[in-house]
Design a protein around this ligand. Structure first.
Ligand code: AHM
Ligand code: MG
Length: 336
């Protein structure tokens, strides 16, 4: 093997100066996410061994059952980010309201806000299928020295300064971008270190995998139905392959490596789609674009959607550029 593999910690420091707002704080923030990811990974890996799986009893703001690991992951990320005192606010998919972070000596001096889905795809936990963490980082827009406001969280995705995910899969990986391409790091569990394993990841321009919950087919907009039929047609390099794990992070990750499209359209049960703009769609859209892919709500760029509330949902189509563009063509032609 040639040379020593770069660790995530080394990579963060080395690339700090390339980041346009560089002051070391973003590096520190990414390091705290790295730490929390390791802690959560340890717990996720034990899920089958100890009696911590199953519904916790709480119901989150979207009316879904929370499971113990969701709560654990939520608390771990919030505590880790809070203790380092580098962010001024956190919004989590598991919390109704955003959290203001301040310490007396700091007096609201921190510049970054973090939005996080601490454990996405959590219904997969008790069947031993991959889950993930998704995070999104912005600079606050209200003045430093004052308490963080809702407006600091309701920024367009195009304003993100960093975004990433952790996939707790056959290997545990962190994949992230600070707006200068996408890099992936794989955890060596024996020593608890992430190594750069996937430098400068790019979506293939076109792909042959489509990922959608086809059980909802009858409920889909006509444009999506027609697109799915197009994927299934026997012509040129079609039919495409259908692959759906039901964990956004894993479905996205596979499609980014192999070439494909992920779709969560709206339907009568999910009139705005199921996925959350701020915690799930925007961070994935930022990573997708940085990896030469594309993300859309069917008609417009995901990262141009103006957020109006923290837990807002949007239809989501994300993946290889040519596939997402083709889906948009079908939406334009056949609509709802
Ligand atoms: P969650 O945030 O409650 O875990 O839901 C998000 C998950 C995504 O990871 C996944 O792609 C999608 O929901 C699957 O939904 P469905 O079971 O309706 O296909
Ligand atoms: Mg989620």
């Amino acid at each position: 093997m040639k040379g020593k593999k770069q660790t995530l910690g080394e990579f963060i420091i080395k690339n700090q100066d390339a980041f346009k707002f560089s002051s070391g704080e973003l590096s520190s923030l990414l390091n705290s996410i790295r730490l929390a990811a390791k802690v959560v990974n340890h717990e996720v890996n034990k899920a089958g061994l100890v009696d911590i799986i199953g519904a916790y009893g709480d119901t989150n703001i979207q009316g879904e059952d929370q499971q113990k690991l969701d709560v654990y992951a939520n608390n771990t990320f919030i505590q880790t980010l809070t203790r380092r005192n580098i962010v001024c606010g956190i919004a989590s998919e598991e919390e109704d309201h955003f959290i203001t972070i301040n310490s007396i000596d700091q007096n609201h001096q921190n510049k970054y806000v973090v939005l996080i889905d601490p454990l996405d795809g959590s219904s997969n936990i008790d069947v031993n299928v991959s889950v993930g963490t998704i995070f999104s980082i912005y600079r606050r827009i209200t003045p430093v020295g004052t308490p963080v406001q809702l407006a600091d969280f309701l920024q367009k995705g195009s304003e993100q300064v960093a975004a990433g995910y952790v996939v707790y899969g056959t290997s545990t990986m962190i994949v992230y971008t600070t707006g200068d391409g996408v890099n992936g790091f794989t955890l060596n569990p024996a020593i608890g270190t992430f190594y750069l394993s996937h430098p400068d990841i790019k979506f293939p321009e076109d792909g042959s995998i489509y990922s959608v919950n086809e059980g909802n087919y009858l409920d889909f907009p006509l444009g999506v139905k027609k697109y799915i039929k197009y994927c299934q047609e026997e012509f040129e390099n079609r039919p495409y392959t259908s692959r759906y794990i039901g964990s956004l992070v894993s479905d996205f990750h596979r499609n980014m490596i192999k070439g494909g499209i992920y779709m969560y359209p709206k339907g009568s049960r999910n009139p705005d789609g199921k996925l959350r703009l701020l915690y799930e769609c925007n961070p994935m859209a930022f990573i997708a674009e940085q990896a030469n892919g594309k993300s859309s709500d069917g008609y417009r760029r995901t990262m141009d959607v103006i957020p109006i509330e923290l837990h807002q949902r949007v239809p989501f189509f994300c993946g290889s550029k040519k596939m997402v563009t083709k889906l948009e063509d079908f939406m334009k032609k056949f609509g709802e």
